[in-house]
Every structure is written in structure tokens, then in C-alpha cells.
Design a protein around this ligand. Sequence first.
Ligand code: DQA
Length: 145
Amino acid sequence: MAKSVLLLSGPNLNLLGEREPLIYGDATLDDHVATARAAAEQHGLDLDHMQSNHEGDLVAAVHGARGRYDAIVINAAALTHYGWSLHDALAAFEGKVVEVHLSNPYARETWRHTSVITPVADGSICGFGGLGYDLAIAAVARMLE
Ligand code: DQA
């Protein structure tokens, strides 16, 4: 059976393409999901995607992923910096976790320098724009080998 990945997208990422393009680029969330899906197919992984502007929905999605998905790739967006319930949910997920950001939060405002996701992730990829989704899936594939 193919291994499976759940891609999670946090608040405001539904506005990608229109939202601060100088920082986040012109690609839409659908474009990034397509990138991740193509990479997953190449590595023989199944991929599902879910986006929400609500922390509780993302927490519920992580709970639902327990025992069902082998890995989670997550761009938690602003929740990265304060979403402790998402941190705790991911800590209870037994599979692999990769954190992705389009921009490099460490080169931006100080409040973006803290990630509550990093301590519960196997690794983090940031600053490479859409390429980050490709790299994240490649990392998941390698870890699940
Ligand atoms: C982001 C970085 C976060 O600081 C920000 O709140 C986002 C997007 C990124 O992909 O670069 O919404 O996660």
C-alpha cells in the first residue's frame, strides 16, 4: 500500500497569489498543492490537502491523521508563531512532520523568529518559495524509505 502524506495549510494561505506577492510570490495555493502532488506521485506517495483559517480545524485534521497518514507537511502560516494547540496535536502524531514556509521568517520581523512547530517537526524548510513544497515531499519520501 502506498504511504500517505497530509499537507496542511494555515490561515490566509488561501489568499496566496493575491496576498503580499513581493513576499509570497504570484503562485496560488492550488499551484503549491499541485507541486506537492506531482512530487508525491513521483515518489509513489498519496497526498491529501486541507487548508483552514481556524486553528481548531487544523488541530482536528492532525487528530484525524493519527493512524491514517505516514507524514504531515505543514505550513502553519501565522499559527507557526503562537499556535500551541497545533504544537500539542503534532506532538501526539506518531508519523513524520515537515514544516514549510515560502518566505524565510528568520529574515523578517522578530515575532516571526519563533516557531512553535519546529520543536515537534523532524525538519523545517523555509525561504525557497514554492520549491519548499517539492523539497518537503522529497524529505518525507526519504524518511519513509
Ligand atoms: C509563512 C510565514 C508566516 O510568518 C506567515 O504568517 C505566513 C506565511 C510563509 O509561508 O512564509 O502566513 O508561513
